[in-house]
Ligand binder design. Structure first.
Ligand SMILES: [Zn+2]
Length: 172
């Protein structure tokens, strides 16, 4: 197996990341898992017996499963109901852009108003500017004649969990 093939396989490979409690967190890119390994943030639970990652100075196992050494707390409400989204998550998803006019939007609008049973879910929350939010008030986009510029969706779970794990690891 030549080195180029190995590098390409490495980039396309994923590793299962477990919490210190061995609870499954997410799949991560294997190069990222190796970075965690080199930084001594994870231990290898299972490695591919036939493959190794070789660099100039060291040979590492090819990790198929790694576990964090330090337990990271994943907020329980997010785990129990993946449909629920926080204000910060929605602003990040929508890049602080108003879903109704495209201007800068730093407030959160419930597409179906809360007063009418609209929940704090990924598909019911959008970023909105103050002016659109006030104008729409307790109406649906149809009633207010304010069509959405995009359909709010739930980000894929792996990317979301992964982001959360990186954020937690980055925190002091
Ligand atoms: Zn707006």
């Amino acid at each position: 197996m030549n080195q180029q093939t190995t590098a390409q396989q490495l980039v396309n490979s994923v590793t299962l990341l477990l919490n210190a409690s061995l609870e499954v967190l997410s799949y991560v890119d294997t190069p990222r898992a190796l970075t965690l390994l080199v930084n001594e943030q994870v231990t290898v639970i299972r490695a591919d017996p036939d493959r190794f990652v070789r660099s100039t100075h060291l040979t590492l196992p090819w990790p198929s499963i790694v576990a964090l050494k330090r337990y990271v707390l994943i907020p329980r409400d997010l785990r129990s109901d993946p449909e629920l989204a926080s204000r910060g998550e929605v602003l990040q998803r929508d890049k602080r852009t108003c879903a109704y006019c495209g201007a800068r939007g730093t407030t959160i609008d419930h597409v179906l108003p809360q007063s009418r049973g609209g929940r704090n879910t990924w598909t019911n929350l959008v970023a909105a500017c103050t002016s659109c939010n006030n104008r729409k008030a307790d109406r649906t986009p149809d009633e207010a004649r304010m069509p959405l510029l995009f359909q709010p969706r739930r980000p894929s779970e792996p990317s979301r969990t992964q982001q959360m794990v990186w954020d937690l690891l980055a925190a002091p």
